[in-house]
Design a binder for this molecule. Structure first.
Ligand code: FAD
Length: 479
């Protein structure tokens, strides 16, 4: 009997999985509220293939890096096949320039050194650049470039055209069934045999295998009871804002700093209809798409492109703002593959690199669903992941203070609601507030339920910004 397969969510990950099933000759039903045209993280993405340039001193998870490098290797042939099937070319520029400047300080330079080490280990190439070698670089005097490299094997593509091409390719297969509706419920019919998928119009469809690729909405979609049965770390959304500007300087390659502020630093990526300028990243427990970009976030992005890349962008038109939530897991690793519930699969939690990872995730899912010999080892299985990290409860005050200070400067000072020049004073103040909070918690005082939830479920580096956005910022507004 033909296996009935459903994919829920048509971001890059869900589409890549659907496309993989179809190219291998299987039927596949894809559910998404707007038939694939929604404002998912995938469309807001920078489209950088930053296998090396995403690496920093404190982001050297070798499994994640290897996964990105492996996916990078198959990405081009995957893209070619999509373009052939859809007839829609994906706009792409080769190479990335990564620069360190006085704003990023020692952290930027250390990150570039770690990138170089990885490039060399892989037998890949890079070039050292002098600031004067970068034709479209003219930063403000306080943002001087201190180190720069060119990585020829990386690339940047227009995530919007990838989206169109991938969707066009899916529709070219008669075995594709696209349901332009939101899924409201997923329930096991006979445990281990079949799943019922219900949509907002009340229709219910039954499937042998269901793959949840609903991005930052995945936990909410599964519901409290099913999610707790899966015994997984919780998820949260990383709000990302980016700008689309006129590419008045004809930038023709990715240009970026190393990762900063939990995001991919200041970066510009040429797109078909302008220049993409990214990006922010603010953790949130409520990853809905109705927030849009704030003035503080836009201010931060303008500062990056105008002061850190080229002053002349002050004269370029702003074509639009983009905002969406990246899907993150509390242990920082994606959920890929079969869950502890037979027939239920996850493909989410890809954080900052989901587009790059999509082709490999798709292969893993198809192999697991169809019981094939795996083409790729799955190092991100969503089984036995509970308790795979330490929560804030075990942090020392010093650790908490360090993270709190950095978080306040990043989140509140850089693109938050506070004046840019007061971030250090405010950092000290918030650290004091957090101190009180921790002491209060340690003394067994009654603490707000949401704070308890954050304490219990998230690692320190995520918990502190979450505490900030959930609790402390509201306290500050009252002052
Ligand atoms: C600003 C920004 C910049 C980024 N830059 C890069 C980059 O340069 N390179 C890179 O590789 N990655 C980048 N990322 C990360 C990347 O975008 C994500 O990791 C990836 O897009 C996640 O894909 P996804 O398909 O899992 O989720 P999404 O793209 O969010 O898609 C989820 C889909 O699920 C659908 N959905 C949700 N709920 C339901 C429901 N109930 N029923 C049916 N459908 C539902 C939504 O409509 C949506 O279409 C960036 C992200 C952001 C926000």
């Amino acid at each position: 009997m033909t296996k009935r397969i459903a994919v829920v969510g048509a971001g890059a990950v869900g589409k890549a999985i659907t496309y993989q099933f179809l190219t291998e000759g299987y039927n596949c039903t894809l559910f998404d509220p707007q038939g694939g045209a929604s404002h998912s993280a995938s469309r807001v993405a920078g489209g950088m293939q930053g296998s090396y340039s995403e690496i920093t001193e404190d982001n050297q998870d070798s499994k994640q890096i290897k996964f990105c490098l492996d996916s990078h290797k198959v990405f081009r042939s995957w893209l070619k096949q999509i373009e052939n099937d859809s007839g829609i070319e994906v706009y792409l520029h080769q190479g990335s320039i990564v620069f360190a400047n006085s704003i990023g300080g020692i952290g930027d330079k250390e990150a570039i050194n770690v990138m170089i080490k990885k490039i060399q280990e892989q037998g890949d190439t890079y070039e050292n650049l002098m600031p004067s070698d970068i034709p479209f670089m003219k930063p403000s005097s306080h943002c001087e470039v201190e180190k720069a490299i060119y990585i020829p094997s990386e690339a940047g593509f227009d995530a919007e055209t990838l989206h169109e091409s991938l969707f066009g390719a899916i529709k070219a297969y008669p075995k594709a069934n696209v349901v332009a509706d939101s899924v409201t419920d997923i329930t096991p019919v006979t445990k281990g045999e079949c799943w019922a998928v219900t949509t907002t119009n009340g229709e219910t469809h039954e499937f042998d295998s269901v793959i949840i690729s609903a991005g930052a909405q995945a936990e909410k979609l599964l519901g409290e009871s099913l999610y707790s049965e899966l015994a997984l770390p919780p998820m949260y959304g990383g709000k990302g804002v980016a700008l689309l500007m006129e590419n008045t300087l004809d930038i023709n390659t990715v240009i970026r700093t190393p990762n900063r502020h939990g995001a991919c630093g200041t970066h510009a990526v040429p797109r078909k209809n302008g220049l993409y300028v990214g990006a922010t990243n603010r953790p949130s427990l409520d990853p809905t798409n109705n927030g849009g970009a704030t003035a503080g976030e836009i201010n931060f992005l303008f500062d990056g492109i105008i002061n850190q890349i080229n002053n002349q962008f002050a004269n370029s038109a702003l074509l639009g703002t983009l905002a969406a939530y990246r899907p993150f897991t509390a242990d920082g690793k994606p959920f890929i593959g079969q869950t502890n519930q037979p027939g239920l699969f996850l493909a989410t939690g890809t954080g900052r690199t989901g587009i790059l990872m999509a082709p490999l995730i798709a292969q893993i899912i198809v192999d697991e669903v169809m019981g094939k010999t795996p083409r790729q080892e799955n190092v991100f299985t969503p089984i036995d992941r509970k308790g795979s990290y330490e929560t804030i409860k075990t942090a020392t005050f010093e650790q908490l203070y360090t993270v709190a200070k950095a978080a306040v400067i990043d989140v509140a000072g850089a693109y938050g609601s506070l004046p840019l020049d007061s971030s250090n004073t405010i950092a000290a103040y918030i650290a004091q507030m957090l101190h009180e909070l921790v002491i209060s918690y340690a003394n067994g005082n009654k603490v707000d339920g949401k704070i308890m939830y954050i304490f219990d479920n998230f690692p320190t580096e995520v918990a502190v910004p979450l505490l900030y956005s959930t609790v402390v910022s509201k306290q500050l507004q009252k002052l």
